[in-house]
Write a protein that binds this ligand. Structure first.
Ligand code: NAP
Ligand code: 8YV
Length: 320
């Protein structure tokens, strides 16, 4: 390794394109991911940038005295301690916007798949049951005459809402601040919205405020015809309460792309007929993940060459 190049730490795995973009421009230092840093003192003293997909906590940040920038692979940066980084003057970046359309498309697919039990219908066909036993059951639910409430109406939430318009459903949302430019119904509280709608889509970031916000009380307000879709973060859901609500008919169905302790999925969900489960794939297409990888590389290389980043997070604002 040449000392003249900047040293960039990649803890754990990252999209291959990030590493391709770094080739010949920086020295990449790899380390096993985990709660505590595992690095030589020599490497720790050299590292000025980090590219991470997953978690980067205060212990890692404090192990790197020369650290200047942390580029997160993903728009949600709940795994990175951005407040701690800000207190040390370290810039944090994420990957907003380039994934909005992909995630919104996947949300609509997950919603319809869940409401109409399409994944279960395909399993029926694949198992030879169509021929052996007859047609798949009628889906208990439909999108017809539905009211949809979005918990979160940011970059992705707005793309989901736009896609819902042609489905002729009523659309509302709950966020902390009303967006007067939007014509959708605003609800001042999550509970009020859960009472008023019968499909609830979660697309808020994972924060202390949204932690387990979807609890037994909210699910009970959503009601027995209610459908819950989560494409935000698993941490926003009390999974025990959700499992119970699906088992005892407190709500009707759920479609989940994200889980509290990924990649672990509570076993109870696997045997339920009224749940559709995806392994966190909302942005997982080759073109969209390439665009996210490019943004990570642009942020790191831009900072190292010109002290400029494309997409800083609000906790660490930097002039582009
Ligand atoms: P964004 O533009 O920052 O929007 C976040 C929205 O959540 C805003 O409308 C915000 O409104 C609202 N919000 C935040 N905290 C809230 C709270 N305590 N109560 C109510 N509303 C709250 O973010 P985005 O780009 O749309 O992404 C949203 C999240 O989606 C990401 O952070 C990530 O966790 C998740 N995501 C998941 C996948 C996946 O693969 N499943 C892919 C991409 C993103 P206010 O600030 O007015 O409250
Ligand atoms: C990615 C995401 O799957 O952008 C996000 O916040 O959750 C997803 O797009 C993830 O960040 C990469 O592993």
């Amino acid at each position: 390794m040449s000392d003249s190049k900047a040293a960039v730490l990649v803890p754990g795995k990252i999209h291959a394109r990030v590493l391709e973009r770094f080739e010949g421009k920086v020295d990449v230092i790899t380390a096993p991911a985990g709660p505590e840093p595992s690095l030589s003192e020599e490497d720790a003293q050299r590292i000025t940038a980090v590219a991470v997909s997953g978690s980067f906590n205060a212990s890692w940040i404090d192990a790197l005295p020369k650290l200047e920038v942390i580029a997160n692979f993903g728009v949600g940066y709940d795994g990175v301690d951005a407040k701690h980084a800000a207190s040390r003057g370290i810039v944090v970046t994420n990957t907003p916007d380039v994934l909005n359309d992909e995630v919104a498309d996947t949300t609509i697919a997950l919603l319809i798949g869940t409401v109409r039990r399409l994944y279960q219908a395909e399993s029926h066909l694949r198992a030879g049951k169509w021929e052996a036993e007859g047609p798949f059951m009628l889906s208990p639910f439909s999108l017809r005459n539905r009211k949809v409430g979005l918990f979160g109406m940011g970059r992705i939430g707005q793309e989901i809402a736009k896609r819902l318009e042609p489905f002729k459903v009523e659309i509302g949302y709950h966020t902390r601040s009303k967006r007067p430019e939007l014509s959708y119904t605003y609800y001042g509280s999550l509970k009020e919205m859960a009472q008023a709608v019968d499909i609830l889509i979660c697309i808020v970031p994972g924060t202390p405020e949204t932690h387990k916000a979807i609890n037994a009380d909210i699910l009970s307000a959503l009601g027995p015809n209610g459908v819950f879709i989560n494409v935000g973060r698993g941490s926003s859901v009390d999974e025990e309460a959700l499992l119970k609500a699906l088992q005892d008919g407190t709500i009707g169905a759920a479609g989940l792309d994200v889980f509290y302790a990924e990649p672990k999925v509570p076993a109870g969900f696997l045997s339920l007929p009224n749940v559709t489960l995806l392994p966190h794939v909302a942005s997982a297409s080759v073109p969209t993940r390439n665009a996210m990888a490019d943004l990570v590389a642009d942020n790191v290389l831009g900072w190292l060459s010109e002290r400029k980043v494309v997409t800083p997070v609000p906790e660490t604002p930097v002039k582009g």
